[in-house]
Structure formats: structure tokens, C-alpha cells
Design a protein. Structure first.
Length: 264
């Protein structure tokens, strides 16, 4: 894969409800606008909250399937397909170049889960950009994910868009089903604290999220939706520009906040 002149941006997206895949709302409109303004990548590497494994895995099939990894939604959502091609050569290259840990290639089992396609279908609706997913090794500490992201930095000068998909604040037990626009104080506090740390490039505070205050613990009761943010931060330098988008708490305890990191 040859070097390109333009360094690709890095994205973290708060993906929220799977219904965003087939909805038109303030969040999906922002994702659509990103697709019109971002440089077109050669391929996409997505780290989704919804693929947790023991060990780190990469999708390496030529035609990944669309996975409908949820229940209780309308038929239209289950019928949706995102037929973007895979990129087996990129997966193999990463397996050979990443030295922090063994990388396992997935040739059959996974594909594109809704953490990936529910967002990317709005950014690149033609589904014509090759994509691979990288799993989250749930046995590893936060430092592992951040350091692994450091190793991915070379991809940004090779035309690869790296996208983390999760939610900064994600507590389904506390969801307010009656009020879409509700925002609990502890959720707002955590969302603002994370944004400030990102703005200050204070990555250690965010890596050490398990030792933050009670509001943070309530906002991040489990790690899987938070870890994709660490992959984005592992690619942020002090000279990069940052922009937050879709910066809103919904249903009390879910943050839709996204982050765009670009070189100046």
C-alpha cells in the first residue's frame, strides 16, 4: 500500500440506537455531512463496541456479512444490508505489522455489526469503500487498547480512515424511556469531563477511567462502548485540531458525542 500525501482524519462516533441506521434526525444529518466534507479514504478500519473477543481479531473476508446484532426492532432494520467489500490484504498487512500482540484473522464468523454500519451507511451510503473491523479484546486493560492504537498511526498516511464507534456515556439500566431529551446530571458531568480532557490532551485521565469519580463510574458501568474512544485518542497528537459533534445526551444516560481529529 503506497504512501499518500494527505493524512487521514480520525473519528469517534456515538452511535446510539440501531434505529439511527434507517432514521433521519439531527445525528444522522451530521454523519451525512461528514461524508461530504471528509477526504475519501481508500479503506476504513472500524473499532466497534459490539465486537468483543478474547484476543484481537480482524475481519479478513472479501465479502463481510451485515450482522443484525439486536432484538425487538422493526422488520425494516433487519432487512437492511450494507454490502461494502472487505479488504483482506489490509487485514493481512496489519497482522504482520502490529507487534504489540498476536492478531487473528477472522475469515468466516463476523462481518459488519450495527456499531459499524448504522453510522457508516450515512457517511458513505454507496457502500463502495472497503472496510475491516477490529475487535475489542475484553481481557485487556485500557492501556493495551490505547497503545495498540499508537501502532495503527501509520495507516493515516496511507489513506485509511480509522473510526471508533461506541458511546462516551452508556448506561442502559438508567435509560429514561419517557423522555428522549433527558440528560442526567452525572451523564452531563462525565461527558463534559471527557471533552475537557480530550481538549487538554490529557489522555492518562481517560485511560484511567476506572479510577474516576462516582459520576464517571455510573456513566461507564461497562467498558465496551468507551474503549473505541481510546483508539481514537491513541491517534491524537498535541498539534491536531479537534471538533466535537452531535454533542448531546439522550434518554438520560446515553451520549451521542462524536469527535473528529485532524492534522492542522
Amino acid at each position: 500500500m503506497s504512501t499518500v500525501s494527505e493524512k487521514m482524519p480520525v473519528l469517534f462516533v456515538g452511535h446510539g440506537n440501531p434505529m439511527n441506521a434507517i432514521s433521519e434526525n439531527e445525528f444522522t444529518k451530521t454523519w451525512q455531512q461528514l461524508g461530504k466534507t471528509l477526504p475519501r479514504p481508500r479503506a476504513i478500519l472500524c473499532i466497534s463496541a459490539h465486537w468483543e473477543t478474547r484476543g484481537t481479531r480482524l475481519t479478513a473476508m472479501a465479502k463481510p456479512k451485515t450482522i443484525h446484532d439486536f432484538g425487538g426492532f422493526p422488520r425494516e432494520l433487519y432487512e437492511f444490508e450494507y454490502p461494502a467489500p472487505g479488504e483482506p490484504r489490509l487485514a493481512t498487512e496489519l497482522q504482520n505489522q502490529l507487534t504489540k500482540c498476536p492478531i487473528h484473522l477472522d475469515l468466516n464468523d463476523w462481518g459488519y455489526d450495527h456499531g459499524a454500519w448504522s453510522v457508516i451507511k450515512h457517511i458513505y451510503p454507496e457502500a463502495d469503500i472497503p472496510m475491516i473491523e477490529m475487535s475489542i479484546d475484553y481481557t485487556q486493560k485500557p492501556e493495551y487498547h490505547y497503545q495498540l492504537a499508537n501502532e495503527l498511526a501509520f495507516l493515516l498516511t496511507r489513506g485509511i480512515l480509522i473510526l471508533g464507534s461506541g458511546n462516551i456515556v452508556h448506561n442502559l439500566r438508567e435509560v429514561n424511556w419517557r423522555d428522549e431529551n433527558a440528560a442526567y446530571d452525572w451523564a452531563t458531568e462525565t461527558n463534559e469531563k471527557v471533552k475537557q480532557a480530550i481538549s487538554d490532551t490529557d489522555h492518562q485521565a481517560l485511560i484511567d477511567f476506572r479510577n474516576q469519580n462516582s459520576a464517571f463510574q455510573k456513566s461507564v458501568p461497562t467498558a465496551e462502548h468507551y474503549i473505541p474512544l481510546l483508539y481514537a485518542l491513541g491517534l491524537q497528537s498535541k498539534t491536531d485540531s479537534i471538533r466535537f459533534f452531535n454533542d448531546k445526551i439522550v434518554m438520560g444516560s446515553l451520549s451521542m458525542t462524536g469527535l473528529l481529529i485532524q492534522s492542522k
